[in-house]
Ligand binder design. Structure first.
Ligand SMILES: NC(=O)c1ccc[n+]([C@@H]2O[C@H](COP(=O)([O-])OP(=O)(O)OC[C@H]3O[C@@H](n4cnc5c(N)ncnc54)[C@H](O)[C@@H]3O)[C@@H](O)[C@H]2O)c1
Length: 324
């Protein structure tokens, strides 16, 4: 297959681009390199540019020139707090780029699309969450992902678009150290930062109705997430439509378990510090992932230990670079 990967120089996009290339697919990356880096994907052609505004014509030309069969659209901004401060820019970047990609695909006659959505579309829903759960984002970031999905669904009703929107749960780890996420603002990197500063990692709330009182989340290894894109690309239904699927392990892990694993891997003798609950944190959020498993046979292979250990190796790799 000949695949255009937007955001292919980013964290998940680079893992996926490398997997595509390794199995013999042709890969062309379009990326503005704002958070991405060419170093992650040596040997893969990169066209540098921002997709959000008015680039459909250039994209259409690229699709023709490179005889593209399918698009995986990763390009987007992902920081929840930033989206609250700067919502219009988030809509411009995240929804604008979906619109431009769809315009170019329609004009170029490219009909296969896999889109990076997020479990953020479920808002503060709690429990085991299937794709049928109500979507009710609680921040502009989640809203942009939901609008992106809706736009894709509308296009699939208008022209023969065969699409899938993948709602990732908590992505972590690194396939190889240099592919780690250097931009993430979530549990694992935040704990590493705290520990490096000699401060105890903080768990918010230990009085939830869960096995150890701390929140439960579904952590999925980035290599599994990347793999799911290849599986989905191969299994897109023949009929036009937008197949919405959760990407997670279906297994919940408590935040305390994660933090203790992070402390152990970093060789720290600091203890977990417990602070009060954060407003809006649901007790448990775990993906129901039967949908992707039934459709593609894909299932997550890596454990929470794999996620934490590979994230640690990646952190050491980047720390080494900054020292040298
Ligand atoms: N990492 C996660 O935990 C997670 C969870 C759910 C959803 N997602 C979504 O998955 C996608 C990839 O996330 P990631 O973690 O790899 O992030 P990332 O920031 O590492 O990668 C995004 C890539 O897209 C590029 N990019 C961003 N906006 C662009 C634009 N307008 N035009 C061209 N290039 C642009 C960046 O330079 C970067 O290379 C994003 O859409 C994100 O919202 C990520």
């Amino acid at each position: 297959m000949r695949v255009l990967v937007t955001g292919g120089a980013g964290y998940i996009g680079a893992h996926t681009s490398r997997l595509l290339e390794a199995r013999g697919d042709y890969v062309l990356v379009v990326d503005d390199l704002v958070t991405g880096s060419r170093d992650r994907i040596p040997g893969i052609p990169v066209v540098e540019g921002n997709l959000a505004n008015g680039s459909a014509l250039q994209l259409e030309t690229l699709m023709h020139e490179h005889r593209i069969d399918a698009v995986i659209h990763f390009a987007g901004q992902k920081q929840v707090a930033e989206s609250v401060v700067n919502p219009a820019w988030y809509y411009e970047q995240n929804v604008g780029s979906v619109a431009q990609v769809l315009l170019a695909m329609e004009r170029a006659g490219v009909t296969k699309l896999v889109f990076s959505s997020s479990a953020a579309v479920y808002g503060d829903a709690s429990g085991a969450i299937s794709e049928a759960a109500q979507t009710s984002p609680i921040n502009p970031y989640g809203a942009t992902k939901l609008v992106g999905e809706q736009l894709i669904t509308a296009c699939a009703a208008a022209w023969p678009l065969r699409a899938a929107s993948l709602r990732y749960f908590n992505v972590g780890g690194a396939g190889t150290p240099e592919l780690g996420d250097t931009q993430a603002l979530n549990l694992i990197p935040i704990c590493f930062e705290q520990i490096a500063a000699g401060l105890a990692p903080i768990v918010f709330g230990d009085d939830y109705d869960t096995s150890d009182g701390t929140c439960v989340r579904d952590y999925v290894h980035v290599s599994d997430v990347a793999d799911a894109h290849l599986a989905m690309l191969d299994a897109l239904p023949e009929q036009p439509g937008n197949t919405v699927l959760n990407i997670g392990t279906g297994i919940g892990t408590t935040v305390r378990t994660m933090v203790e694993a992070i402390l152990a891997v970093s060789g720290s003798d600091l203890a977990v510090e417990v602070a009060g609950r954060r407003i809006g944190d649901p007790a448990a959020v775990v993906g129901v992932v039967d949908g992707i498993q039934d459709l593609t046979g894909w299932r997550a292979r890596y454990s929470v230990s794999d996620i934490v250990e590979s994230a640690w190796r990646s952190r050491q790799y980047f720390d080494g670079l900054s020292v040298n």
